[in-house]
Design a protein around this ligand. Structure first.
Ligand SMILES: Nc1ncnc2c1ncn2[C@@H]1O[C@H](COP(=O)(O)OP(=O)(O)OP(=O)(O)O)[C@@H](O)[C@H]1O
Length: 382
């Protein structure tokens, strides 16, 4: 069954002075007006499970105005284990603990995988190629330590090559050496990305089909030209080595590496047209949601882990048909925490089975008694 999130406590965390929350192993809805602290709560849950937050805050941003230290903690239960994860932030530092022992942020993702949807994720479709590359590499890194290592190593070697290309007098022997290292790193990263996207892409199309009538296809667009699906790592290393040779004059002229995975893109096509330029807001939001749902399925299928799904404000901008379909998509054996300003977006039957935590003031929340179960949350006024 794996681990599930059973409870969380926020102390002097952003706008919450003291907040205790209990979660359903199925679906928990955090409901309330704007600026009451729903996203702050989701951010804490992401930090406690992924070691990073989509907001990339400085430690002091997390500390409630007027307080000195912020603490968010979560209980994870399952498989006979009970884990207490915590993150403590102060003016200048942030540290993580697992069962009271200090852990590095990079050690956090291995505990309970999480997948987050946030409105800012629309940048995944609308934004630059780097947003799509980073998202792919971040998911790959969360899913596999080997992937994470390849991303880190490649980033270092491309930075070194670019630094060398900017020098007034470039040492060509040194450049040859960096080309060899960059080719190996690039080929390995391409191999990892393409293997990940081969299955993830199918799952994205499947998840999208469940919500919308159009066909969504994900395509890896390489700066090396067309890459054959199923290419071996060695083939990709050779292709990159060739590209570096061909673009050397151009690279020296421009002072950076013009070909390679650091310049690639992941294209989203809706019925054969680029989603970025042809998609409506609702279509773009649906595509991003399908991408996130695909990550959940990938984790279940390939990694044998069911992640915690965090959906922040997922329903806005979707029409009634798509909202209904999303209702059917979430909660299918996946622990989900979803925020909303409007409970009416959710199917009443689903709500009856969910834990609903209502935010009634800034950082103040109460569990709401539903038909089947009672969830509690304690409140504390600021
Ligand atoms: N360090 C902090 N100290 C005090 N308040 C903070 C701090 N950081 C953020 N806030 C406040 O927390 C409030 C709630 O933010 P949050 O993003 O969680 O709202 P929300 O309930 O998700 O709203 P929406 O429905 O609009 O998305 C904001 O008004 C913000 O100013």
């Amino acid at each position: 069954m794996g681990l599930v999130l059973s409870c969380a406590t926020l102390l002097d965390w952003r706008c919450a002075q003291s907040l205790e929350l209990e979660f359903s192993p199925a679906m928990t809805v955090l409901a309330g007006p704007n600026a009451y602290g729903k996203t702050n709560t989701v951010e804490a849950l992401q930090l406690l499970t992924a070691g990073v937050s989509f907001r990339h805050p400085c430690p002091r941003d997390l500390v409630r105005q007027g307080a000195e230290v912020a603490k968010a903690s979560a209980c994870l239960e399952g498989d006979g284990r009970l884990l207490d994860m915590a993150v403590i932030a102060s003016e200048s530092s942030r540290r993580f603990t697992r069962n009271g022992k200090a852990v590095r942020p990079s050690e956090i993702p291995g505990t309970l995988l999480s997948v987050l949807f946030n409105p800012d994720d629309l940048g995944l479709v609308k934004g630059s190629a780097s947003a799509r590359r980073d998202e792919t590499d971040a998911f790959g890194s969360q899913a596999s330590r080997a992937f994470a290592q390849v991303v880190k190593t490649y980033k270092r070697s491309i930075e070194q090559r670019n630094r060398l290309l900017k020098e007034p007098q470039v040492d060509m022997d040194l450049l040859d050496a960096w080309d060899a290292s960059v080719a190996v790193g690039a080929g390995t990263l391409l191999y990892h990305r393409m293997s990940l996207l081969a299955r993830l892409g199918e799952l994205v199309s499947e998840a999208h089909e469940a919500v919308a009538p159009e066909r969504l296809v994900i395509r890896y667009e390489s700066s090396l030209g067309s890459l054959e699906a199923g290419s071996s790592r060695q083939d990709l290393i050779e292709q990159m080595a060739e590209a570096l040779k061909e673009s050397r004059v151009e690279d020296l002229r421009r002072g950076f590496t013009t070909k390679g995975p650091q310049r690639d893109d992941i294209g989203f096509e809706l019925d054969g047209r680029p989603l970025r330029t042809f998609g409506s807001q609702g279509q773009q939001r649906t595509a991003v949601l399908a991408w996130k749902m695909a990550q959940v399925r990938f984790a279940q299928e390939v990694l044998g882990q069911t992640p915690l799904l965090l959906l922040d404000d997922v329903m806005s901008e979707l029409d009634a048909h798509r909202r209904k379909a999303v209702n059917g998509l979430v909660g299918q054996g996946v622990q989900t925490v979803v925020t909303t300003t409007h409970l009416g977006y959710f199917d009443p039957q689903m709500l009856a089975d969910a834990a609903v935590i209502e935010f009634t003031g800034k950082g103040v929340a109460h569990g709401v008694e539903r038909r089947h179960q009672r969830r509690s949350g304690s409140s504390c006024d600021l």
